[in-house]
Design a protein around this ligand. Structure first.
Ligand code: PXL
Length: 263
């Protein structure tokens, strides 16, 4: 049986909880296949980032070209690029892929920091994200990221206006908010839609990666964006509800739980 592939650009997390390792599991759980281009090698555990070491742009491009020359790319998922130079290289690659497939979905997780607030870029993370934003079809910032990408703007509607000027779909995630529910709002030119999920207790490692990767997996399978957002959020909620412990600190979402609705 043929499975559609998602071309993933992400950093390696040796704790196995976020970044590329999270994407691999989350995409597999949507019954899609992840082609994993390493953009950076991070040194971290489930709580703390010690360093981010960007891979050279030529090596990023070589990985992406080797797989995409042979394997059809049905969607792209962008995690940390590692550096501004890598963001530029990835943007170039996306333009090449779009020549073959103008409708290629590109999902951008605009990571500026780890869940604990540690920096996840070698250099200017905002500049790198802005380069990629111009090529994304969907961007999924959390509340601090949305504010940082919009010059400190705190009003969500205004953030959406600014981000929609650069990217056609914006999902602002309320995980960093307070209150008993996590409120995620999707903005597009045709309108907006809100999802509310019960806020689960505790802290998790790699939640944002999981959601963006799951959406990309769904889109790779040809699912339309509204249904992809539905399915991916439901999947993330379940991975968090069954998260497990590997050490003190942030728990790991159980991404290997597969459910009947994803078959
Ligand atoms: O969840 C954002 C993220 C992305 N990429 C890498 C990470 C993290 C969070 O820890 O480590 C490599």
């Amino acid at each position: 049986m043929m499975r559609p592939s998602v071309l993933v650009f992400a950093g390696s997390d040796p704790s196995g909880g976020a970044g590329l390792q999270a994407d691999l599991h989350a995409i597999a759980a949507q019954h899609a296949h992840a082609l994993t281009v390493v953009t950076a090698v991070t040194v971290q555990d489930n709580d703390r980032v010690y360093s981010v070491n960007a891979v050279e742009p030529d090596l990023v491009l070589a990985q992406a070209r080797a797989v995409s020359a042979k394997i059809e790319v049905a969607a792209v998922k962008l995690g940390i690029p590692g550096s501004v130079a890598n963001a530029r290289a990835i943007a170039e690659m996306l333009q090449e892929l779009r020549q073959h497939n103008p409708a290629l979905p590109v999902v951008l997780d605009p990571v500026l920091a780890s869940g604990k607030g540690h920096t996840l870029a070698d250099g200017d993370a905002i500049e790198a994200v802005m380069i990629l934003l111009a090529h994304a079809t969907l961007v999924l910032p959390n509340l601090p990221e949305a504010s940082a990408l919009c010059n400190g703007e705190r009003r969500m509607e205004e953030q959406a206006v600014q981000l929609l000027a650069k990217c056609p779909n914006v999902l602002i995630k309320g995980g960093h908010g307070s209150g008993p529910e996590v409120v995620n709002v999707w903005f597009a030119s045709e309108g907006q839609r809100t999802w509310k999920w019960p806020r689960l207790k505790g802290e998790f490692h790699g939640t944002g990666c999981t959601l963006a990767a799951a959406v990309a997996g769904q889109l790779a399978r040809g699912i339309a964006l509204p249904e992809a957002l539905d399915a991916a959020q439901a999947y993330v909620h379940r991975t968090l509800a069954s998260a497990y412990v590997i050490a003190a600190g942030q728990r790991i979402p159980d991404r290997n739980t597969t459910f009947k609705e994803y078959t």
